[in-house]
Design a protein. Structure first.
Ligand code: ADP
Length: 509
């Protein structure tokens, strides 16, 4: 079952030069976007931006400090309480979101290239997934701006004689929202946060991850170009433990929306308690891919390989734990390992590349450390397991077999292209195996046995269960976690709950 990789897969080509538009953007001075203006950080500190394919610095951005957070919160508060945004009709917010989505489309090539050299993913993926997804997300959320409703209802309390009541609810924007996003889908995660906030009339302070700040800054330019009033969206680049922590603790922020790791989500939740902010958390995962004995093996192999290797495994809902029935286990693992070994690694701007580097040296070392710990605990490396020779932060797509449920590689989120494969014998055991994790973000079941699938779905403790597919995320489909994968549901009607307060009005008439 040992799939030996063709040597050429791991000879890493050079990163092509960026386009003129991107080269120009990279030279722009480090600035924060506050109150509709590009301003220097009070800290005057810089954060280096590195191309993961080369390990070289390509730009630097401002490192916002507490004074900058104060300024951004004041600008967002002002825009929320007075001025054109506070009075704007929902239809006008909808029009602005459409305008923004058109600008994202118009600048798709540049945004995709920026995302690629900042994050490491291929420009192709950045185009079809990240940037197209961002455009579509703004369009989808634009529709909700004019569909926010409350209800009227009858009351049963007795008032003074002759008095009746007219009672209803209305939804109002939650206020100033701090939005802290991760580095795996930088632009798309910004859209998931900004879209519903802008549809509902909130104002925002967006903090991109320090590893991948570039597309958020370009998006801020497009937000200004679209005509959003000053202060409605502010973008602060900075470190998590300083800029991010200051935003979470700030008394002028009404809500924190966070996507990132579970340990940081816990810190944020604790810190936000002091001011009782609204908090929504989309956190880590360790999603099972469950293959029942009747499954169509060819589609399982392609689907399960994609579930783990898409975006180099840096996906919160990645299918990281494979559970295949003993009847099909060997064939499935062999097929995924062959697929893994044929993936062409390379820099994101090279059109032949199928998988780019991981986002940072730190992430590469972390993932390699997990693979090593798996080896030490007795796992068998069936594919990959190392880094090719390159200054870039690559990790070969890896499959580990002979794993046990108590191993670190099975218990902890790796956030890299590493699959752990376990066999199971009895269908009755599978839900317990799949649920044996602190996480509960997603799962997939592969089978055409309708009865078995229908019986299994309610037993899986996860926010999304896919059947014969994995990683499909639609703006209309609520997304979020059970257990330590967080709380709150993004997308669809459900996201309105995260960005609005429900007010009851009781009128004596
Ligand atoms: P990862 O561990 O994968 O880098 P993180 O959860 O650390 O993911 O990062 C996700 C986002 O959270 C980033 O924007 C990061 O800057 C931010 N962040 C990290 N630590 C904190 C913190 N203590 N408070 C607020 N934000 C933070």
């Amino acid at each position: 079952m040992n799939a030996s990789p063709a040597l050429t897969q791991y000879q890493i080509p050079l990163q092509p030069d960026p386009s003129a538009a991107v080269a120009k953007f990279l030279k722009r001075p480090p600035r924060l976007f506050i109150g509709g203006e590009w301003v220097e950080s009070k800290s005057r500190e810089r954060i280096s931006v590195v191309d993961p394919a080369t390990g070289r610095e390509i730009a630097s951005v401002a490192d916002a400090n507490e004074a900058d957070v104060d300024r951004a919160v004041a600008a967002a508060r002002k825009a929320f309480e007075s001025g054109p945004w506070a009075d704007m009709l929902p239809a006008d917010r909808q029009a602005l979101l459409w305008k923004l989505s058109d600008l994202v489309e118009k600048n798709m090539d540049e945004l995709a290239e920026l995302e690629s050299i900042d994050n490491g993913k291929t420009k192709f993926m950045a185009t079809v997934v990240d940037v197209a997804g961002t455009r579509d997300y703004f369009r989808y959320m634009a529709g909700w701006a004019t569909r926010i409703e409350g209800s009227t209802f009858a009351t049963s309390i007795h008032g003074p004689p002759g008095v009746k009541f007219h009672t209803y609810t209305q939804r109002e924007p939650v206020g100033v929202v701090a939005q802290i996003v991760p580095w795996n889908f930088p632009l798309a995660m910004a859209a998931w946060k900004l879209g519903p906030a802008l549809a509902t009339g909130c104002t925002c302070i967006l903090k991109p991850a320090e590893q991948t700040p570039l597309t958020a800054l370009r998006l801020a330019e497009l937000i200004a170009e679209a005509g959003f009033p000053p202060g409605v969206v502010n973008v602060l680049t900075g470190l998590g433990e300083t800029t991010g922590a200051a935003l979470v603790a700030h008394p002028g922020v009404d809500k924190v929306a966070f996507t990132g790791s579970t340990p940081v989500g816990k810190l944020i939740n604790k810190s936000a308690t002091d001011t009782l902010k609204r908090v929504s958390l989309e956190l880590g995962g360790k999603s099972p891919v469950i293959v029942l004995p009747d499954a169509d093996i060819d589609s399982v192999i392609g689907g399960a390989a994609n579930a783990i290797f898409f975006n180099a495994g840096q996906v919160c809902c990645a299918g990281t734990r494979l559970f295949a029935h003993k009847k099909v286990f060997d064939r499935v693992v062999e097929g995924i390992s062959t697929a893994a070994s044929s993936i062409q690694l390379g820099p994101g701007l090279d059109p032949k590349t199928q998988m780019g580097p991981l986002v940072s040296r730190e992430q590469q070392e972390r993932v390699l450390g997990y693979i090593e710990s798996g080896r030490k605990e007795g796992a068998t490396v069936v594919a990959g397991g190392e880094t090719p020779s390159s200054p870039g932060f690559y990790v070969k797509p890896t499959v580990l077999a002979n794993v046990r449920s108590d191993m670190k590689v099975v218990r902890e989120e790796i956030f890299g292209p590493v699959l752990v494969a376990q066999r199971f014998e009895d269908l009755d055991d599978i839900a317990a195996l799949a649920n044996d994790t602190p996480y509960g973000l997603a799962a997939s079941i592969w089978s055409n046995d309708l009865r078995a699938v229908q019986r299994l779905v309610p037993r899986i403790r996860a926010g999304t269960v896919w059947v014969n597919c994995h990683n499909f995320v639609d703006p209309n489909m609520p997304f979020g976690g059970f257990k330590q994968s967080g709380f709150g549901r993004e997308h669809g009607r459900a996201v309105l709950d995260l960005y609005t307060e429900l007010k009851s009005v009781c009128m004596a008439i």
